[in-house]
Design a protein around this ligand. Structure first.
Ligand code: TRP
Ligand code: ZN
Ligand code: CA
Length: 436
């Protein structure tokens, strides 16, 4: 008899996870259909956009700054790609320092108009250089992600909107203008804004904005799944285009590979690169060219952007913190015999299991050293929990933390136990999975 039942545990942390209303499912019993996984974003395509932005700068006096011809040419370049891909684009103009500035907004038709997920980046450079890392990198990655949405025919539950901001380098002028001119009712529909400003720094760090917990976790989990350490972004919370969104209460997040702060020895240890040197030695300089990009960082961050956009717009379900699926039926373990299992069925969860799945094991036994205990994922992957360890102690009543992030969450998970030595005996008393 399978008595696996999802049991809801109300935890304070669950409330935090739900702060981003609309980006987090509130039910663990929604459609079990898994959301489509984000595609890999081709690095070559992102780099081609950077080459094109570099050419634009070169043809326009070496920069793409607000009020200069290179900026408008950059906007026209991005807009043409999006128009060709089926986006509804809007060119928004404003005036700053006596010059006309431009924001480009691109809406992907479809999705819930009352649940909008936005991603954006500033497209202007400083006057001293072509601005390829700052911020061709974010602009190109967001553009390629938008094009990937179109190529894949993805139909998210939420409405997707992308933005390229003008005059960021003059004080977040374009993004402030956009937010200030968004009617209150429209602001309320924006359930999240993701910002990407400098994501291919030549001596990169992997920084995640410490803002909305759901967005932050989405990025952190992605990098954790790749085995890449991240740190909280600390080079200035208000220094990019997420600030105007955050100021009106829109949940924000983003990625950053570092500007003029210096990489420490500890950071070089975990990320490679050169300690004692800034993350971007060409920050706001003429040498911020296509040579000023770390391809690995640009590639990983581009893929992380796509992952976040897919995950946060799917509308399907991630269980609230502390959701438990468990089986409390007793299963007797034959002495020195065949393996037995207890099964828990996970349902209603979109995508993969977490990197810190809590596996609760309750085995009553008179000699735990007899026992081989494994967690078996729905696809048959085996995670060893205990292998004849603990000697003559009795019972295994323990919670194991398993990195299950490569496993699809939904399906039948098994606790498999085999008694490998005669005389002492026992039974599985309980097996439960807790989502962090
Ligand atoms: N916005 C800055 C620029 O364009 C770069 C920057 C500095 C930044 N600190 C940041 C971007 C923190 C994001 C987060 O020059
Ligand atoms: Zn910037
Ligand atoms: Ca035994």
């Amino acid at each position: 008899m399978n008595i696996s039942v999802p049991r809801r545990v109300t935890a304070v942390a669950a409330l935090a996870a739900l702060a981003l209303a609309g980006l987090t499912g509130t039910s663990a019993t929604a459609s079990p259909a898994a959301a489509a996984a984000a595609p890999d974003i081709p690095l070559a395509n992102v780099k081609q956009h950077l080459t094109d932005l570099q050419s634009i700068a070169t043809a326009n006096g070496g920069n793409r700054a607000h009020g200069r011809t290179g900026y408008k040419a950059s906007i026209d370049f991005v807009k043409a790609k999006l128009d060709a891909a089926g986006y509804t684009t809007t060119l928004q103009t404003f005036t700053s320092s006596g010059a006309t500035g431009y924001n480009l907004i691109a809406d992907w038709p479809g999705g819930d108009p009352n649940q909008v997920l936005m991603a954006g980046s500033h497209l202007d450079s400083v006057t001293s250089g072509p601005g390829i890392n700052d911020n061709g990198s974010g602009s190109a990655a967001v553009l390629e992600t938008a094009l990937a949405v179109a190529r894949s025919g993805y139909q998210p539950s939420k409405h997707l909107r992308f933005g390229w901001w003008g005059a960021e380098e003059l004080g977040l002028i374009g993004s402030k203008y956009y937010v200030n001119n968004l009617p209150t009712a429209e602001r309320a529909k924006v359930k999240g804004y993701l910002n990407f400003d400098m994501i291919g720094s030549p001596n990169p760090g992997y920084f995640v904005y410490d803002d909305d917990p759901t967005i932050e976790k989405t990025f952190k989990d992605y990098f954790a799944g790749l085995g890449i350490a991240t740190e909280i972004e600390t080079e200035g919370d208000g220094r990019s285009d997420h600030a105007p969104f955050k100021n009106v209460g829109i949940p924000v997040g983003g990625l950053f590979t570092g500007a003029d702060y210096v990489k420490t020895a500890a950071q070089a240890q975990k990320w490679g690169g050169t300690s004692g040197q800034s993350f971007d030695r060409c920050y706001h300089s003429s040498c911020d060219t296509t040579a000023n990009i770390n391809d690995t960082a640009l590639d990983r961050n581009s893929d992380a952007i796509a992952h976040a956009i897919w995950t946060l717009s799917s509308g399907t379900t991630t269980p609230p913190t502390g959701t438990v699926f468990e089986n409390t039926a007793d299963v007797s373990i034959p002495d020195n015999g065949a393996a037995v299992t207890s099964t828990v069925n996970v349902t209603g969860v979109t995508g993969n299991a977490p990197s810190n799945l809590a596996v609760g094991v309750d085995i009553v036994h008179t000699y735990r050293g007899d026992l081989v205990v494994d967690l078996v994922a729905p696809d048959g992957s085996v995670y060893s929990l205990s292998n004849r360890s603990g000697g003559s102690a009795d019972n295994i009543v323990q919670t194991f933390t398993v990195n299950a992030s490569s496993e699809v969450a939904n399906g039948a998970w098994k606790l498999r136990v085999q008694d490998k030595a005669s005389i002492d005996t026992g039974y599985i008393s309980g097996f439960k999975l807790t989502f962090p």
